[in-house]
Design a protein around this ligand. Structure first.
Ligand SMILES: [Zn+2]
Length: 268
């Protein structure tokens, strides 16, 4: 006789087995998807990191990148920032671990104003370990700033220094309008007096912008005169020093060779 109890029990067992297999399959599928997503994120971050700082090959100096490649990276990063397409490279925990173990090899040193609206890593769309940033109001090269630049060049092999001024700079305006200040701030503003002198006869409407652009050029020219270390590095071909001005309103950083010989030109 056909035993219905056995058939039902077999059917129940069969269903449980199939259900269990289905659950296992679902878990397997979830794990596979998770691995794929993690891989995708990793690849995307690695691609962003690689895109942010493309190094040149065959360079014999301490730093794996040369001045022209560093400048190219800065221009490309600023273009991404202006287009609101920043990739925010070199921000991962993995990068922090790598940098803590291997040390830093920043591609450029930036002497910029302390103004909260001018953060170099943001405006050049770079991250940890990319830029050696020295800041002071008006981007003035005081003794501590110059000493820091010397460290970046002599010990980290930085191939490029950018003196970066900006529009709407309070320190430059204070110097140009001969504002009365006290103490260390008064001392700082005296470093901007050559700039104030140079723009005295310029049309008032253009005076502050011209002063901003000129300050970076004047300080760029001063650096090798103030510092034998920087002068030697320039003369030996290890270092290029350029000026630039950041526009607060547009986010565009105009690096000195942009104006006279096109955006893809190499620094002088
Ligand atoms: Zn400023």
């Amino acid at each position: 006789m056909f035993d219905h109890r056995i058939t039902l029990a077999s059917l129940a067992l069969f269903c449980r087995t199939r259900l269990s297999l289905f659950k296992t399959f679902l878990v397997f599928l979830s794990v596979l998807t998770a691995v794929w997503i993690i891989g995708l994120i990793g690849t995307s971050q690695a691609s962003a990191d690689s895109q942010a700082t493309q190094t040149s090959s065959g360079h014999g100096s301490q730093n794996p990148i040369d001045a022209d490649s560093a400048l190219k990276n800065l221009r490309e990063g600023n273009a991404r920032f202006v287009a609101e397409k920043s990739i925010n490279p070199h921000q991962s925990k993995e990068i922090l671990t790598k940098l803590s173990k291997e040390g830093q090899k920043p591609i450029a040193a930036i002497l910029s104003c302390a103004d909260s609206r001018v953060p170099p890593e943001k405006i050049f769309d770079l991250g940890f370990g990319d830029l050696f940033v020295i800041r002071a109001a008006g981007a003035v090269p005081g003794v501590d700033q110059v000493g820091s630049l010397e460290y970046a060049v002599a010990h980290l092999g930085v191939p490029l220094i950018v003196v970066l001024s900006h529009t709407g700079c309070g320190a430059i305006e204070a110097a140009v309008t001969e504002a009365k200040e006290e103490g260390a701030l008064k001392e700082l503003l005296t470093k901007l007096s050559p700039v104030a002198q140079a723009v005295k006869n310029i049309d008032a409407a253009k005076r502050l912008r011209t002063a901003a652009e000129l300050s970076a050029v004047i300080f760029k020219d001063q650096l090798p005169l103030i510092s034998p270390t920087l002068d030697k590095a320039v003369k030996e071909g290890h270092l290029k020093i350029i000026s630039g001005t950041y526009d607060l309103e547009t986010g565009v950083a105009t690096l000195d060779t942009d104006k006279d010989s096109g955006s893809q030109s190499t620094p002088k």
